[in-house]
Design a protein around this ligand. Structure first.
Ligand SMILES: Cc1cc2nc3c(=O)[nH]c(=O)nc-3n(C[C@H](O)[C@H](O)[C@H](O)COP(=O)(O)O)c2cc1C
Length: 157
């Protein structure tokens, strides 16, 4: 199966670690939007497409949304992933919705914590606490879960 994993990971490479781990199982093509923002993608070449990023101010990367708005996902199998301070799948929802609106079949989504330093983006004390809890993530356990997710996804197709 031909697999493409596209990600935007500009802060700490947290999402990049997850993408690379997925690809240990998927053996597909990886595109890092940090390097290749204007990549010319032909989705016809792929049977499964993964899209992911870090969460920046409550949202996945605008670069990912900009990219998908240029593409036709009709009947394409896709999955979504993210890393964030809180590590919740909740943040994946808006990308899932946008992909469905473009005709994609969303086969699953994955999320885990990604370390950050609160003062890099907020003075709010709550982020101090969340930041401390996120230290060391994604860790071995997160990456093991990422592999399990990918194995299950591939089995289901
Ligand atoms: C500018 C900025 C804003 C962030 N906003 C949030 C947020 O709203 N919610 C959250 O849970 N984490 C937030 N984080 C933490 C990141 O989502 C987390 O560190 C993520 O793993 C970064 O991914 P990356 O290293 O792949 O870029 C933020 C981090 C930065 C730098």
């Amino acid at each position: 199966m031909k697999i493409l994993i596209v990600y935007h990971s500009y802060y700490n490479n947290n999402t990049k670690k997850v993408a690379l781990t997925f690809n240990e199982i998927a053996n597909g093509k990886l595109i890092n939007l940090n390097r290749d923002k204007d990549c010319n993608l032909n989705l016809d070449d792929y049977e499964l497409i993964g899209l992911g990023s870090g969460v920046y101010k409550e949202s996945l990367s605008p670069t990912i949304f900009k990219l998908i708005n240029k593409l036709d996902f009709t009947n394409k199998n896709v999955f979504v992933f993210s890393t964030s301070g809180v590590g919740l799948r909740f943040y994946n929802k808006s990308l899932i919705k946008a992909l469905k609106a473009r005709g994609a079949k969303v086969r699953g989504d994955f999320a885990c914590k990604g370390s950050f330093v609160a003062k890099d983006f907020s003075d709010n004390r709550i982020f101090d606490i969340i930041g401390r809890l996120s230290m060391g993530h994604p860790n071995d356990k997160d990456l093991k879960k990422a592999k399990k997710f990918m194995r299950k996804l591939l089995e289901s197709l």
